[in-house]
Design a protein around this ligand. Structure first.
Ligand code: NAI
Length: 343
């Protein structure tokens, strides 16, 4: 039932006081691309998690060792180790429960989406091959863009290695959820912790579809507000790129978003039975093989993909859903073809 999502969302607050009294630091997490703009603040947030016992930081950039040394001086329980160079990749993945992939390049001015794809596709493929060889049972959290293609790439690589488990592969769309919750709270003068809006589709431009009609607590929006909020969420990345004036893209909000998704995943692995997050996963809620929607997380990864929120959409949402599908389909196919061509 719909109302229970909001109640559950309440229970899921990251590092909630109830949860802090029973820390069970037992999970091992690896971050690939840990020296980057997202990787560094994300590593710090994870170092603060009471559920993590070991944090492995890997990057091709050698200064990841310094990032690990720096973090290891924080007096929180987890152990932090740095790994650099392809020869150390395998060791950074041994016995880990969750692998976060945030390695790659970001879109720079003058760079097309195709350029971004061609660089990051190779990086992601190589890293997922190592995951398949060293920790095939780990959850994979894919941050590297374009997520709409890198998730299908990861699936194909895992299939080729004979270790694909669709319940364990997640495209991270949490930033879109974080953004819409923030913007709706601002617009409607609500307490930000109370707001819960599902975001479906994919993670790029018009494929990002916030379902504002499903906002909890229930609020009404004018058509203009729906359009304005939807477009703002779809272009929020650009807002940050422009404001940073060449010094980078969204890194801190992304690190926060993944820290939330990771904490949710670990709580679910730990046995919490009421953990829900939106994520881009293998799915049959539409005719596309991958789709972002709310999922129930459990001890083995995705426990259920929730389709009920795609029912009873407004006309605007129905049209937006129809419009996003061809683009999302093409991005998925591009990822699949990339791996199959190289086989
Ligand atoms: P960045 O350039 O600051 O950091 C990337 C890191 O990856 C660097 O430290 C680099 O040395 C490392 N790297 C590159 N190739 C590697 C390899 N083969 N193995 C290991 N490490 C490697 O970029 P930033 O800002 O941290 O973004 C990372 C990725 O996240 C980009 O693809 C970006 O588009 C994506 N992103 C995704 C978001 C989402 O919502 N899913 C939001 C924001 C960014």
């Amino acid at each position: 039932p719909r109302h229970s999502f909001a109640q559950r969302a309440q229970k899921q607050k990251v590092w909630s006081p109830q949860y802090r009294v029973q820390p069970q630091a037992s999970f091992k997490v690896a971050i690939l691309g840990a020296a980057g703009g997202i990787g560094q603040p994300l590593s710090l947030l994870i170092k603060m998690s009471p559920l993590v016992s070991t944090l492995y930081l890997y990057d091709i950039a050698a200064h990841v060792k310094g990032v690990a040394a720096d973090l290891s001086h924080c007096n929180t329980p987890s152990q932090v180790l740095g790994f650099t160079g392809t020869s150390q990749l395998a060791n950074s993945l041994k016995r880990v429960d969750v692998v976060v992939i945030t390695a790659g390049v970001t879109a720079k001015p003058g760079m097309t989406r195709a350029d971004l794809f061609s660089i990051n596709a190779i990086i992601v493929k190589t890293l997922v091959e190592a995951v398949a060889d060293n920790c095939p049972g780990a959850l994979i959290h894919m941050i590297s863009n374009p997520v709409n293609s890198t998730v299908p790439i990861a699936a194909e690589v895992m299939k080729q290695k004979g270790v694909y488990d669709p319940k364990k592969l997640f495209g991270i769309t949490t930033l879109d959820v974080v953004l819409v919750n923030t913007f709706v709270a601002q617009k409607k003068n609500l307490k930000v912790v109370d707001v819960d809006v599902p975001v479906v589709g994919g993670h790029d431009g018009i494929t990002i579809l916030p379902l504002l009609s499903k906002t909890r607590p229930s609020v009404s929006f004018t058509d203009e507000e729906v359009l304005e909020l939807t477009v703002r969420i779809q272009n929020a990345g650009l807002e940050v790129v422009e404001a940073k004036a060449g010094a980078g893209s969204a890194t801190l909000s992304m690190a926060y978003a993944e820290a939330r998704f990771l904490e949710s995943s670990l709580r679910a692995l730990d046995g919490d039975e009421s953990v829900y997050e939106c994520s881009f996963v293998q799915s049959d809620v539409t005719d596309l093989p991958f789709f972002a929607s709310r999922v129930k997380l459990g001890k083995k990864g995705v426990e259920a993909v929730i389709s009920s929120e795609l029912q009873g959409l407004t006309e605007f949402e129905q049209k937006a859903l129809l419009a996003l599908k061809p683009e999302l389909k093409a991005s998925i196919e591009k990822g699949v073809t990339f791996v199959q061509k190289q086989a």
